[in-house]
Write a protein that binds this ligand. Structure first.
Ligand SMILES: C[S@@+](CC[C@H](N)C(=O)[O-])C[C@H]1O[C@@H](n2cnc3c(N)ncnc32)[C@H](O)[C@@H]1O
Length: 269
């Protein structure tokens, strides 16, 4: 499964949904509760996971502008069943090139999930400038923060985690990625623009029975380690084999640290 394949997004969605910080979700919902209808722009929507997580908590009349550069993900996002009162518009575009275009027109909330760790510091600054200029609240869920706990441990875990975190900082189409620094950088940027920011942990808690997602995660981490090349091919392959055996035996659990952020212009809404 590739990083943004529909299969991977479907596999991770239940873990994302469980992980989303309830305190941050409550703050988003409370800030919009008095609106009869709202207009939301979801950046890098994938198949629409943020809409599915947030729509039940927002006023009944919602228009979602779903933006992504992957037409097949966008098609899935717009084809999914939706609650009555929820309309969607697909916006196919490259957010690195055309961010400003998707923010044009009336918008009450900008959302993103699993996006900020892919973007560069420069792009995040651009997003914060454009969002603050329009005085729009911003909800960004599930930014990876660099914390990984593995049980049981393995002598090569530290090298693999170091490789994953180094790989996180490579260019994902927006310039050198923020990776684990994404959430803290977003908090600082929005506070600089006078926003009130709350944040909460949204860690993936993956138990021993969750074999499929663990197999995918470990395969992804092994290929990140190969690209970073801080471990030999033989050591990486041996680590992956040991990890897979433990998963198959039902003895592996992992925690992957994420952070949710809600930034709200002060004195409004
Ligand atoms: C990790 S997925 C997250 C998808 C969705 N938000 C979710 O939480 O399931 C990252 C998404 O970013 C989109 N993406 C990556 N680079 C992009 C770009 N330059 N412009 C628009 N979308 C992009 C991918 O197509 C993918 O849907």
């Amino acid at each position: 499964m590739s990083g943004f394949s529909p299969e991977w997004l479907a596999l991770r969605e239940p873990y994302d949904a469980r992980a989303r910080s309830p305190a941050v979700l409550d703050a988003v919902a409370a800030s919009l509760s008095r609106y009869p209808s709202i207009r939301i722009v979801d950046l890098a929507c994938g198949t629409g996971s943020t809409l599915r997580a947030l729509a039940p908590r927002l006023p009944a009349q919602q228009n979602w502008r779903l933006a992504d550069n992957d037409l097949s993900l966008l098609a899935r996002a717009t084809a999914m069943p939706r609650p009555a009162g929820v309309t969607v518009t697909a916006v196919p575009l490259d957010l690195n090139r055309d961010l400003e275009a998707v923010l044009d027109g009336p918008v009450d909330l900008i959302t993103a999930s699993a996006l900020l760790d892919l973007v560069s510091e420069e792009w995040l600054e651009r997003l914060a400038v454009e969002t603050a200029a329009r005085s729009i609240p911003f909800y960004a869920a599930l930014s990876y923060d660099g914390r990984i706990e593995l049980d049981p441990s393995d002598p090569f875990d530290a090298a693999i985690v170091a490789a994953v975190n180094a790989h996180q900082r490579t260019d994902k189409g927006f310039g050198p990625a923020l990776g684990p620094a994404a959430a803290s950088c977003a908090i600082a940027r929005f506070e600089k623009f006078g926003y009130s920011v709350i944040h909460g942990a949204s860690d993936w808690v993956i138990e021993s029975d969750d074999r499929d997602i663990q197999m995918e995660i470990f395969a992804g981490w092994a290929s990140a380690a190969r690209e970073i090349d801080n471990l030999s091919l033989a050591d990486t392959a041996a680590w992956l084999t040991r990890r897979r055996d433990i998963v198959t035996a039902g003895r592996s659990s992992i925690c992957v640290g994420h952070v949710d952020v809600f930034a709200r212009p002060m004195g409004t809404r």
